[in-house]
Design a protein around this ligand. Sequence first.
Ligand SMILES: [Zn+2]
Length: 482
Amino acid sequence: MNFIHDNFLLHCPTAERLYHQFARPQPILDYHSHLSAVDIANNRGFNDLFEIWLEGDHYKWRAMRANGVPERFCTGSASPHDKFLTWARTVPHTLRNPLYHWTHLELKRHFNVDELLNEQTAESVWRTANQQLQTDELTAQGILRKFDVRVACTTDDPTDSLEHHISINSRDLGFRVYPTFRPDKSLLVDQPDQFNPWIDRLEAASNVDASTLAGLLDALDRRHSHFHDNGARLSDHGLPHCYAHSCSETEAARIFDNARAGRAASPSEHEAFASFMMVYFGHLDAKRGWTKQLHLGPLRSTNTRKLRELGPDTGFDSIGDFPQAAALSAYLDLLEVEHALPRTIIYNNNPTDNHVFATAAGNFQDESVAGKIQFGSAWWFLDQKDGIEHQLKVLSNVGLLSRFVGMVTDSRSFMSFPRHEYFRRVLCNLLGNDMERGELPNDEALVGDMVRRVCYQNAADYLGLQLAPNSARSKTADLART
Ligand SMILES: [Zn+2]
């Protein structure tokens, strides 16, 4: 039997039926990714397996470095072919790392490759994949259709013009691509060398004078409105922890004026300013009916020498242990008190925070929408079988799994859509085994309906993103799932 077979990760007949009858037919709503809207608008084609699979993948770089591979084969100057070959040599050393599963699931679903990747199979996999990459089925747009992606959301700075999203959504491509408003740079008053050029770009994008705090807030509101007009219904913040100190507008304006004059905010001033801004962003999301995402907890750019040589986001981040509980609840409470708490999805980076986040969500649920505060899917270092199971179990124990809005790829790569399949298999395996043990009723209609909703329908109902009309969707999606 091939390693990736029909019942991969499904360890009992009930799990198999749940997956094949209820999970597999669901389309994909990928509401958090880092895909390039330019690539989708231009229907980028990929020259080779390196371009679509290895370029920019810090998970693989970390595995290669841990395997003793020189940097020139990770981020350096080696040829695409040699980087791929070095990755192929590393793959047998990734046994029990999620990379081993992802690698073979991705090769199977994109290229129908059943061989295990290693030094011996590398050349034939390289040739097979590169040939298929020349077909229309495996361009950026072809891949979205192949995996039946109805909506993908990118992650965007407020200064982004959104011209590529507009171009994509003006066409009948069978899917929609929406921007996500991620204003992290607006908090950088402690780094005026980054903050001030960003303010300049914001002024240009919004046509608003942002030389005062009031101007900054107005400019951000206008960009938020522009995102809304182009289909956005989500914001996102990547933070070590929530900021929830009370800070007056006068105090925030003083800190802002100093940063504009090139004087960096102290740590406590940064915390106060960030708190003021995060409350403002909560109001923006609440007034337009959006969903706020909070990605909390990583410890970034830990290796100074590598940061100097390679820059940020090259694989030198790890899990932080910031205290989350009080700050997270205080932030949600600040908004709740002002009747400005939007729908919110909270994602933790540290697995010890699973119960903290899942119970914090429970404090702020209300009748405005079922599952208003969501404990988000297993993220980054937790995005593997154990991490997904752990998140599902904690959510089940202290919240309502039935109302969960499900999985996201959170990926830069067009090879990552099988992550949804991976999640669905883990979900169905968990539930199927519960049913066979008699811990859930042996009622496939009851449990299957929950599977169907967690895989797709809950996210569609909760987020309120506009779906594409059915007309342009090709049959390839059905073929891909058989
Ligand atoms: Zn992300």
